[in-house]
Design a protein around this ligand. Structure first.
Ligand SMILES: Cc1cc2nc3c(=O)[nH]c(=O)nc-3n(C[C@H](O)[C@H](O)[C@H](O)COP(=O)(O)OP(=O)(O)OC[C@H]3O[C@@H](n4cnc5c(N)ncnc54)[C@H](O)[C@@H]3O)c2cc1C
Length: 294
């Protein structure tokens, strides 16, 4: 266990302060042991995947942050099933599936996270999501591990019923035979659409807000509010896609929160819509409530 490790290099936005304790368990036993230690010490626990949907407080996190490594970050395709550790990058999973001429998770080519982060968020794109392909996930907590079905995980639009202290140690994902050229073509098409619409070469944390139940997506709504390119400190609402915040150089998480807050205020003023953040917050970070939420 290391002390006071900066989390800014573990987030794609590149902001955030230190974790009081940081460790990289490499097996299920090590993971459960760390979770039990944290519980005994009365410390909060969080996991970082690839930090691609994470905003960490500038003052850091006063607990234990775990990053899964070793066997908890491996993936292999076994007889039509992808068996992956919670810390395995989705890109590695897609690579393994493709090498075995197995399809079904092509949509993950657009998602720069891990299997565990994908389950926590029920990540999805282009009509596919984790709920649609997950057979079961092995969830660890301070008392041990248990397999859970998608229904038990409570997977819904960009959310699950998992809580901090519950860690996806591994997962089994259903794949289906698919010729390599078809997989390649699907992936290339999705990646081209992504590149055309989103700031793929900037430091961001993906979509800031979930899409509301409205004819406009969150991005279109914020664009109509005139927020493209809006700046707070070193953070900027992407000039390319208004539902993304970019680190334009020297951004802090406080800068990003100021943009989140301004975007919610304007969307409510102009459309009467209360936008819900998709980004996950770690540490003492607060998005100010709108008058209607008080
Ligand atoms: C350029 C870009 C494009 C993106 N496009 C999409 C998209 O199309 N669709 C989409 O859904 N998302 C998208 N995202 C967001 C992000 O990639 C996903 O939400 C992804 O699932 C997060 O995975 P992660 O491993 O990076 O999780 P992190 O960001 O590290 O963590 C997110 C949450 O998951 C929890 N978590 C992480 N690992 C575990 C684990 N093993 N067990 C339990 N909890 C865990 C964390 O504690 C945290 O609460 C995009 C992000 C970027 C930067």
């Amino acid at each position: 266990m290391k002390e006071s490790v900066s989390l800014s290099r573990y987030t794609t936005l590149g902001t955030g302060g230190p974790a009081r304790w940081f460790d990289t368990p490499e097996s299920v036993d090590e993971l459960v042991e760390r979770l039990a230690w944290a519980e005994a010490e009365g410390l909060p626990v969080a996991v970082v995947g690839l930090g691609s949907n994470l905003l960490v407080a500038d003052e850091g996190f006063p607990g234990v942050v775990l990053k899964l490594g070793g066997e908890l970050a491996r993936a292999e395709a076994v007889e039509g099933t992808l068996v992956a550790g919670g810390g395995a990058p989705l890109a590695v999973c897609l690579h393994r599936a493709r090498a075995a001429e197995l399809g079904g998770i092509e949509f993950t080519c657009a998602i720069p996270g891990t299997v565990g982060g994908g389950v926590w968020m029920n990540a999805g794109a282009y009509g596919g999501d984790i709920a649609g392909v997950l057979r079961r996930a092995l969830v660890a907590d301070a008392s041990g591990v248990r397999w859970r079905t998608p229904a038990e995980l409570g997977l819904r639009y960009r959310t699950s019923a998992l809580r901090h202290g519950q860690v996806v140690a591994s997962a089994e994902i259903a794949l289906e035979p698919r010729p390599l050229p078809e997989i390649r073509e699907t992936v290339a098409g999705m990646q081209a659409r992504r590149k055309a619409a989103q700031p793929t070469n900037k430091r961001t944390f993906g979509s800031v807000f979930k899409n509301p139940e409205h004819e406009l997506t969150a991005g279109r709504m914020l664009e109509a509010c005139g927020l493209r390119g809006f700046v707070s400190g070193g953070a900027q609402i992407s000039p390319k896609h208004a539902n993304f915040i970019e680190n334009a150089g020297g951004a802090s998480s406080t800068d990003a929160i100021a943009l989140v807050s301004e975007a919610r205020r304007r969307a409510f003023e102009q459309f009467g819509v209360v936008l819900q953040p998709e980004v996950q917050l770690l540490g003492r970070l607060e998005i100010p409530a709108l008058d209607t939420e008080r």
